[in-house]
Design a protein around this ligand. Structure first.
Ligand code: PLP
Length: 407
């Protein structure tokens, strides 16, 4: 017998859970793409995408996933032969660096390992050493979805300023947008990329890029842009089709319209940031209890730099893979694989997993996933400390109370 029947919970860090309302909004005939509602809807989406990023700057939409937006950012910012500095905090930073390198740029990397955040002092040092200002952009990931580290964007901005360096600050906010506190304008970001299938709760297929006036000016001097990825035509055209370099992604736009209403008009961004933090704390409390016995540990030991949208952990002895499989087969919960922590060919690969708490997720979903994990550990004889579910429930109770009394 399996207890997996019922509504499945895909607790991986993207695609995240799609609200029924978003799916329902997409369930309609194709609209006229030459005039009428879709044009007005797109206009309101562009305004709301600025609100989600807390910017009055520019935003372009691509029919693409997150990887496409990496390419979009590079083609618009850079010229052939330019150099970029990449601050890596695991898989996704490395991915963007590889992209830049494959596109012919000179890439300098600083690797902060698999469980620590960016040290801004090292960024400042690298920029200060670049006396000729040959570094065009600093690329960083806000939340690295693999290590589950959250980097401090403000401190990297401060490092650029302290070095007096004119490089653009480019941020991958794919995993953090609409999950974590994020202020494009106030934090001095120049270019930022996002995607539809994480905090925005829409199926994969839309990529976004926000850019400052400084970045817009830099792109006019840069020579790598190509017709599809060029952000200028996507933000300044008078003809609607140019915003998408072709047919608009009509149904994704209808879904996104609904999710942006849920985010901005109903729950509110600040409440959403807080919900993600509360659920993250519940997950951490469970892992801390489990970790009192056996080989279980959170990947990021410093709670101040842990992501609020996804939590990476080690369950040694191959326990992570066994547990994931058990949960999927028996409890209807799918956890994320441990990305980039060990090569898939090595036994250690099976020691890592990630629990997502990203997007359309509430207390019962997170507590349910944790209780199911507890059941799986018992079923599989994975050594673990006791009291995890109780600890997580206690966090939820305290967080709700703190919110109620306005703390
Ligand atoms: C998911 C993710 C990506 C990749 O997005 P795709 O849509 O899979 O191409 C890049 N960066 C971060 C931080 C992510 O979380």
């Amino acid at each position: 017998m399996s207890l997996a029947n019922g509504r499945n919970y895909l607790a991986i860090p993207g695609p995240s859970v799609i609200p029924d309302r978003v799916l329902a909004a997409m369930q309609r005939p194709a609209p006229n793409i030459y005039h009428g509602e879709i044009i007005e809807t797109t206009r309101s989406i562009l305004d709301d995408l600025r609100r989600v990023a807390r910017t009055s700057g520019n935003v372009a939409i691509y029919i693409s996933n997150g990887h496409g937006t990496w390419e979009a950012a590079i083609t618009n910012m850079c010229s052939r032969g330019d150099k970029v500095l990449v601050a890596m905090t695991q898989h996704f930073g490395r991915g963007w660096a590889e992209w830049a390198s494959a596109m012919g740029l000179e890439v300098e990397t600083i690797d902060f390992g698999r469980s620590s955040a960016i040290d801004p002092a090292r960024i400042e040092e690298a920029l200060t050493a670049d006396r000729s200002h040959s570094i065009r952009a600093v690329l960083m990931t806000h939340v690295d979805t693999a290590s589950t580290v959250r980097n401090d964007i403000k401190s990297v901005r401060a490092a650029l300023d302290a070095a007096g360096h004119p490089a653009l600050l480019a941020v991958d906010a794919i995993a953090s947008l609409a999950c974590e506190e994020l202020h494009f304008d106030d934090w001095g970001i120049d270019v930022m990329v996002g995607a539809s299938q994480k905090g925005l709760m829409v199926p994969p297929g839309l990529g976004f890029i926000w850019f400052s006036e400084k970045a817009a000016a830099a792109s006019n001097e840069a020579d790598m842009s190509t017709p599809y990825w060029d952000w200028t035509s996507r933000t300044t055209s008078t003809e609607y089709y140019r915003y998408f370099a072709g047919t608009a992604p009509t149904h994704h736009l209808f879904g996104l319209r609904e999710s942006l209403t849920m985010i901005l008009e109903e729950e509110g961004l600040e409440t959403i940031w807080r919900r993600h933090r509360a659920l993250a704390r519940a997950v951490w409390a469970a892992f801390e209890a489990w970790g009192k016995d056996g080989e279980i540990a959170l990947n990021v030991s410093d709670a101040d730099v842990r992501a609020h949208a996804v939590t990476g952990a080690r369950v040694g002895g191959g326990g992570a893979s066994r547990l994931r499989q058990w949960l999927e087969e028996n409890a209807g919960v799918t956890l994320g694989i441990g990305l980039g922590m060990a090569p898939p060919t090595e036994p250690a690969y099976h020691d890592y997993l990630r629990v997502a708490h990203m997007g359309h997720v509430n207390a019962h979903m997170t507590l349910g996933a944790l209780a199911a994990m507890e059941a799986g550990m018992q079923a599989l004889d994975i050594p673990h400390g006791s009291g995890a579910v109780e600890a997580a429930a206690g966090v939820v109770a305290r967080e709700v109370e703190a919110f109620r009394v306005g703390r």
